[in-house]
Design a protein around this ligand. Structure first.
Ligand SMILES: [Zn+2]
Length: 280
């Protein structure tokens, strides 16, 4: 779409705002042999416009994909993710319906971000009429928060009405994890991390009622209930391999299609709420 608008603009620029371009066509037909100097001048202007257009197109392509020149081998899970950006939590535009039917993820190297108990589960929060896309784990302010798997820091950010200080890491195994409400971030964007590296300190920044870690797991931008993959009481994955399936991993996306119930209605609302809260 952006490109369509862009080329419309180019067309306008070349013809709409440059009447000499039309003039050139007319001149060509009527005075082909009589005014070679004028024709040369018009051609010159047209050449300059073409050069400008090419330059703008190049600049726009660079803006669209700021890492176009980045070596793919430096992008974790480059076989799954086409892009690497430091700006949006979910830039992938990948609805659950378009995901492959089954993807096997090696989660054997998991290190728990904090070894602690769950204070709030993943799922619909009727009190706030919104989805909760992570698992909340108890911690004290200043406790080290560790990276769950080997990977590379994609985003370090601050969201006052939500995650507070947060870190997003892309992992070699294809998952992305988010660590929210940190009091301090100790890593930089594009930095490589090993499983267990401390990426920040626990806190209560953003939308938080007390010190805890908000921990999210995502695949191509779509949240998976971390409790499906990890046994937080034990600090280990349930199995060395986690199989992502549409219905099994993203059941909250499908629950609104099941027979009528209050549960169904609340999940339909969750579905809408998700759209509202996860536009970025
Ligand atoms: Zn949370």
């Amino acid at each position: 779409m952006k490109k369509v608008i862009f080329f419309s603009f180019i067309w306008l620029f070349s013809y709409g705002f440059a009447p000499h371009a039309f003039a050139k066509k007319r001149v060509h037909v009527r005075h082909h042999y009589s005014h070679p100097r004028q024709l040369a001048a018009v051609d010159d202007v047209q050449r300059q416009i073409n050069a400008l257009n090419a330059l703008m197109l190049q600049k726009m392509q660079q803006e669209e994909d700021p890492n176009a020149t980045e070596d793919d081998s430096n992008i974790p899970a480059s076989g799954i993710y086409e892009s690497w950006t430091n700006s949006r939590i979910n830039p992938y535009h990948m609805p659950v319906s378009k995901l492959p039917d089954s993807v096997k993820i090696d989660v054997s190297q998991f290190v728990p971000p904090v070894q602690s108990w769950i204070t709030s589960h993943f799922g619909w929060r009727s009190r706030f009429h919104r989805m909760h896309y992570g698992t909340d784990l108890k911690l004290n302010i200043g406790d080290p928060v560790r990276c769950a798997f080997d990977g590379r820091v994609r985003i370090t950010g601050y969201e006052p009405g939500g995650y507070g200080n947060y870190v997003v890491v892309r992992h070699d195994n294809g998952l992305e994890t988010i660590y929210g409400h940190l009091s301090k971030i100790l890593v930089r964007e594009n930095e490589y991390l090993k499983a267990g590296d401390v990426l920040g300190l626990g806190g209560s920044t953003g939308r938080s009622t007390g010190p805890h870690l908000h921990f999210e797991v995502r695949y191509l931008g779509n949240a998976i209930n971390p409790e499906k993959i990890f046994d937080f009481a034990d600090g280990t994955p349930w199995h060395d391999t986690y199989e992502i399936t549409k219905r099994g991993s993203f059941d909250y996306e499908y629950a609104h299609l099941t027979p009528s119930s209050n549960f169904r209605k609340s999940l339909a609302r969750a579905h809408k709420a998700k759209r509202r809260y996860h536009r970025r």
